[in-house]
Design a protein around this ligand. Structure first.
Ligand code: NAP
Length: 295
């Protein structure tokens, strides 16, 4: 059996087009486009690439972008002041502070300073708590993108056994909350989980968010399972350029699974699409409008 390749790029493009269609409607009603502020501190090359892509997507969807590129030497107080200024700026609906931050800055303090209504990354404890208690929240983009792909693939997730490997605040924990809300039966696995292959073998849905290249092998996968690979790992190649692989051994797992996301081209593009979606939703909620439909 060869699994269906879940096309995250196409799904992400559809979301971005839907956002781009609603942006002018929002602007016509409120007199301004939705706005996203990105904050990049320092010169980490991977972070710079991510933030550039986010700024580009913001422009392509017709939203207003406010890019703040700051030196790594900025003090914590200066960064907190910028966040407070963005909280107060009426043109700004979403604030994204790219992580990781330099070591001398307390990332938790920065996240807790963002207005929860503008927290389009969904990392503020208020949004995490609202997600956990089933209240409307801004949901972290990557797990929300994974959920979108799963629902597109499977329809209802009710009663399915799901195993989420990884318990980070950014991916694993919110992913598990989203699956519980869909009435899946959820197991969260992590580095201390015993007999991980046996745990994964029970799953109808596997979400791997570990950061270990191809750790999940084909013989861990239950025949017919749906596999979402969040991992992005660069492994060395002979030509020195390196190659991106996920947390799942794709070829092996494809022999057993029903459907699987590739790396790249699976979950990755969904993250930015969901950031656009979250910014549009935040703009509607801040303006007292109903959430946009079809997103
Ligand atoms: N596609 C995207 O847009 C996107 C977005 C975010 C992240 N990612 C990728 O997703 C991966 C995970 O990201 P993250 O931020 O969640 O990472 P993280 O904060 O490092 O968390 C990794 C999780 O994996 C668990 N883990 C580590 N080794 C394990 C093992 N041998 N067996 C089982 N579990 C193990 C850890 O367990 P403990 O808690 O016990 O340490 C932890 O909960 C990374 O490759 C990252 O690059 C992709």
């Amino acid at each position: 059996m060869s699994a269906k390749r879940i096309d995250g790029k196409a799904a992400a493009e559809a979301i971005r087009q839907r956002v781009a269609k609603i942006v002018p409607e929002f602007a016509a009603r409120t007199g301004r486009p939705p706005g996203l502020a990105t904050v990049l501190v320092g010169e980490d090359p991977a972070s710079a690439v991510y933030v550039r892509s986010k700024n580009k997507a913001t422009a392509e969807t017709g939203m207003a972008g406010f890019a703040h590129n700051l030196p790594a030497t900025i003090s914590e107080d200066e960064l907190l002041q910028l966040v407070l200024d963005l909280n107060a700026d009426e043109r700004v609906d979403g604030i994204l502070v790219q992580l990781p931050l330099p070591k001398h800055i307390d990332a938790t303090r920065v996240i807790e300073t963002i207005d929860p209504g503008k927290d389009v990354d969904g990392f503020h404890p208020m949004n995490a708590g609202r997600l956990a208690t089933g209240l409307p929240a801004l949901v972290p983009c990557t797990p929300y993108g994974c959920l979108h792909l799963l629902k597109q693939e499977l329809g209802s997730l009710r009663g399915l056994d799901a195993v989420v490997i990884g318990r980070s605040n950014i991916v694993g924990k919110p992913m598990a909350q989203l699956l519980v809300a869909e009435s899946s039966t959820v197991t969260i696995a992590h580095s201390q989980t015993r007999s991980l292959p046996d745990v994964v073998r029970r799953a109808d849905i596997v979400v791997a968010a570990v950061g270990r290249p191809e750790m999940v092998r084909g013989d861990w996968i239950k025949p017919g399972a749906t596999v979402i690979d969040v991992g992005i790992n660069r492994i060395p190649t002979d030509d020195g350029k390196g190659r991106l692989v996920g947390d799942v051994a794709y070829d092996e797992a494809s022999e057993v699974a029903r459907a699987i996301t590739p790396v790249p081209g699976g979950v990755g593009p969904m993250t930015i699409a969901m950031l656009m979606r979250n910014t549009l939703v935040a703009a509607h909620r801040r303006s007292g409008l109903k959430d946009p439909e079809g997103l």
